[in-house]
Design a protein. Structure first.
Ligand code: ADP
Length: 550
């Protein structure tokens, strides 16, 4: 993607913020002009003391300078305020866009091993875009308007040759220098962002596996790996800082070369009576005090190439097509039957299911058994519209890939071996299944899942905060809370993916008893590699070599 296309896309992403961005830019232009005008009036005061008739009284000049100073102060505040207001509003807006995209791409996208990279995109990649919205758009526009006005002023008020010199040095510092730096730093920016994403993914992995790192005493190995990655990142940062320092040096050299050029040109122009020599002073002071917007441009590329790299990664995510296109239509269901015919499926090239067939009617319970890794969970995932498939899966006679996604999820629910509880109250953790559920409804499902007694004995009951990683409750309690959450949805077809495989036989029998008592209202498909957990099934299927046998 070319830079211009990227900029256009970044601007399009935030077109609803156009009016407030314009306001911030106008604010910045007036503010910067005020600041330069303070120096200009100081110069005019000085040359008027030296005998040049500037057409304004000295007292008036001083009053104007004071007024401009006050206005500049107020505008500076509003400029900073509006730029940051815009940036954070925009970042929030972009995060919404990304979450919406991830929702469409999920669950297949989230099943992959890119969680760290996704985390990086939602956090630091988006954060990096702040540079573009708060520190690029307005500085560029401000520089064009403010420094354009200065070139005109110097050309008209002093001499057009001086105006031309000022223009050349503005372009050198504000356009050529940033362009050259950008070109040199471009490749580094993208590799740094990718490096950072990889580093974050690894760190996230390490945090998740911290217990196993401790248990296997492999701390040293992980620290060493992490140090290597950090060294790479530090090397890049060092290069970046060196570039920033060098840029500052070049900027200063160019500014003073410009000033010397003005003095020399002014000397010759006044020698040949083409301008008053005192006006050299005016041009010089205005020129030197007008560089703030231009130096802001010179400092852009060091961060801008990273911003563009982040934007590229972000647009790549936003352009991704979902593996399974959700349907939103009138093809609704009210579960009565499921018929699977000649179902085949492969992950990339690995064939998992070969022409499998089974059916289930409302009120029945079936179990699918087989060793670990044979493809049992894959069947459940296909029923939940995770992936496209070959063959036919029909619910109420309607092909699964044509059924309205929301209607499917209202009818079917999945209960897995590892319930995730959020770092929130117990009540909110159950309520995510039905946000408007009353406490009575929550208590009813807690009782059904045989976890009510445990909850009512807690000091804060439903208000108990579940700590991160659910460390304040046991695995069995966690699964029973998970069951309560699932039951709150009142699914017509419940898919159970080894929900009791990680817990003790006491908790397993509680969950199985609950499921057995609910059998008449709920159709069940259970998956297990344990005999004990399929005792409630009416029919049992075995999955072997990709094929299903009753
Ligand atoms: P089971 O539930 O019987 O233990 P799964 O259905 O989870 O088995 O997995 C079947 C096979 O497919 C395994 O070899 C597993 O590694 C592979 N697999 C599972 N999910 C994915 C995926 N998202 N991408 C690629 N391979 C996968």
């Amino acid at each position: 993607m070319s830079k211009f296309k990227l900029i256009a896309k970044l601007l399009k992403l935030v077109k609803s913020f156009r009016s407030i961005i314009s306001l911030a830019v106008i604010n910045g232009i007036i503010g910067n002009l005020c600041s330069i005008c303070i120096s200009l009036f100081a110069a005019l005061g000085l040359v008027s003391i030296m005998g040049y008739d500037v057409g304004i009284n000295l007292i008036v000049i001083i009053v104007i300078m004071i007024v401009l100073g006050v206005i500049r102060g107020a505008l500076r505040y509003f400029e900073q305020y509006s730029n940051h207001y815009i940036a954070f509003k925009i970042l929030a807006h972009i995060r919404h866009v990304i979450y919406e995209k991830l929702r469409v791409l999920a669950p297949a996208k989230l099943e992959t091993k890119e969680k760290g990279a996704i985390t990086n995109q939602i956090t630091s990649d988006v954060e990096t875009l702040e540079v573009f919205y708060a520190h690029t758009i307005s500085p560029v526009l401000i520089a064009i308007f403010v420094n354009g006005s200065i070139v005109l002023f110097i050309s008209i008020y002093t001499n057009f040759v001086l105006g031309l010199i000022v223009l050349v040095f503005y372009l050198l510092v504000g356009v050529l220098l940033p362009y050259l730096i950008y070109e040199r730093a471009k490749k580094d920016g993208l590799s740094y962002r990718n490096m950072l994403a990889k580093y974050n993914a690894k760190t996230l992995d390490m945090i998740r596996g911290r217990k196993d790192i401790l248990l296997t005493n492999s701390k040293e190995l992980f620290i060493k790996n992490s140090e290597c990655d950090t060294k790479e990142l530090v090397n890049y940062k060092r290069k970046n800082i060196m570039r920033t320092i060098m840029t500052r040096g070049y900027v200063d050299v160019f500014i003073y070369l410009g000033a010397i050029s003005i003095i020399i040109a002014g000397y010759f122009l006044s020698k040949y009576h083409l301008m008053n020599p005192l006006l050299i002073l005016v041009a010089l002071i205005v020129y030197l005090s007008s560089f703030a917007p231009i130096t802001a441009l010179a400092n852009l590329p060091a961060n801008l190439n990273q911003t563009f790299a982040s934007a590229k990664r972000l647009f790549a995510l936003l352009n991704e097509k979902p593996i399974f296109e959700e349907k939103h239509n009138d093809n609704k269901i009210d579960f009565t039957s499921l018929d699977v015919n000649n179902l085949s499926f492969a992950y990339e090239n690995e064939v998992i299911l070969k022409n499998i067939n089974f059916s289930i009617k409302k009120g029945e319970a079936i179990a699918i058994v087989g060793p670990s890794g044979i493809g049992k969970s894959t069947i459940i995932k296909l029923l939940m519209q995770f992936y496209p498939y070959n063959g036919s899966i029909k619910i109420d006679g309607k092909e699964l890939d044509q059924i309205d996604h929301n209607s499917l999820y209202e009818n079917i629910c999945m209960f897995t071996q590892n319930t995730y509880l959020f770092n929130d109250t117990l009540r909110n953790n159950i309520k995510i299944a039905k946000p408007n559920a009353s406490d009575d409804e929550i208590i009813e499902v807690l009782k059904q899942a045989s976890i009510y007694e445990f909850v009512s004995n807690l000091e804060n009951g439903l208000d108990t905060i579940i700590k991160e990683d659910s460390i304040n409750i046991s695995l069995g309690e966690k699964q029973r809370l998970g069951l309560a959450r699932v039951l709150l949805r009142k699914p017509k077809l419940l898919l159970l993916d080894e929900p009791t495989s990680n817990i003790d036989s006491f908790n397993e029998s509680i969950i199985l008893n609950t499921l057995e008592s609910l059998k008449k209202d709920m159709t069940l498909i259970m998956i297990s590699h344990r005999k004990s957990s399929i005792r409630i099934a009416d029919r049992i299927y075995t999955l072997k070599d990709g094929m299903l046998y009753e």
